[in-house]
Design a protein around this ligand. Structure first.
Ligand SMILES: C[S@@+](CC[C@H](N)C(=O)[O-])C[C@H]1O[C@@H](n2cnc3c(N)ncnc32)[C@H](O)[C@@H]1O
Length: 207
């Protein structure tokens, strides 16, 4: 079974695994985007974040390798009356835009081991227009003790130092480490060790 088939199995229920409401971090930070701006949601799952952003008037593209998840995301978008450019694609095969999106939203993208994560971060950076913003939200390594969501693999989890080192070419505007109770469907439930990063692209596209 491939990792993607594993996600298909997790998403095959009628319910939305992580619910249909956006991540609280996204709600806190999305005010920095204006209606009409273009945003890419990476590893968007069942579409809770992309549908909410599109309902705010943003132009939204989204990718996820699970066809089951994208099917449910399309359904959510229809129910909300919004259009989203969905792609069934993982970060290694997605046709990444270059220097053309105002925002990249990466919420719980911790499927990626370190080498894949570094490439993914570079692609996120390169997708942004200069001045564009990356919103990154995930679990810190301390989440291993809570076990309330996310992969139980330390190398997939974040520390502030590691993110500062890996997000090169981005100016870190804020990093917030905190513990909070998360209730997102049945997939993320309970006290959680979280980290939020807001970062801005400062350099031109890589040639
Ligand atoms: C914890 S879920 C988060 C989904 C969504 N961002 C949310 O917050 O509801 C992680 C997502 O990563 C996706 N994923 C797994 N492998 C991936 C890959 N190689 N590239 C992109 N996404 C991947 C899964 O299909 C799953 O939807």
């Amino acid at each position: 079974m491939t990792a993607d088939q594993g996600w298909d199995q997790r998403y095959c229920g009628e319910d939305y695994l992580f619910g249909t409401e956006p991540a609280a971090f996204l709600v806190r930070e999305a005010g920095r985007f204006e209606a009409g701006q273009r945003v890419l949601c990476v590893a968007d799952g069942e579409g809770r974040n992309s549908a909410w952003l599109a309902s705010r008037g943003l132009v939204v593209d989204a990718c996820d390798p699970s066809p089951v998840a994208v099917g449910k995301a399309e359904r959510l978008a229809r129910e909300r009356g919004v259009d989203i450019g969905f792609a069934v694609a993982g970060v290694d095969d997605y046709a990444w835009p270059l220097a053309s999106v105002d925002g990249v939203v990466a919420v719980f993208v911790q499927f990626a081991p370190p080498e894949q994560r570094r490439v993914m971060f570079r692609r996120m950076r390169d997708a942004l227009v200069p001045g564009g913003t990356l919103l990154l939200h995930g679990y810190r390594v301390e989440q291993l003790e809570y076990g309330t969501g996310g992969p139980p693999i330390a190398s997939h989890l974040y520390t502030e130092d590691q993110l500062r080192a890996e997000l090169d070419g981005l100016e870190i505007e804020s990093v917030r480490e905190y513990d909070a109770v998360v209730r997102e469907g049945t997939g993320h439930v309970g006290m959680s060790a979280l980290i939020d990063v807001v970062a801005t692209r400062t350099v031109g596209p890589e040639i």
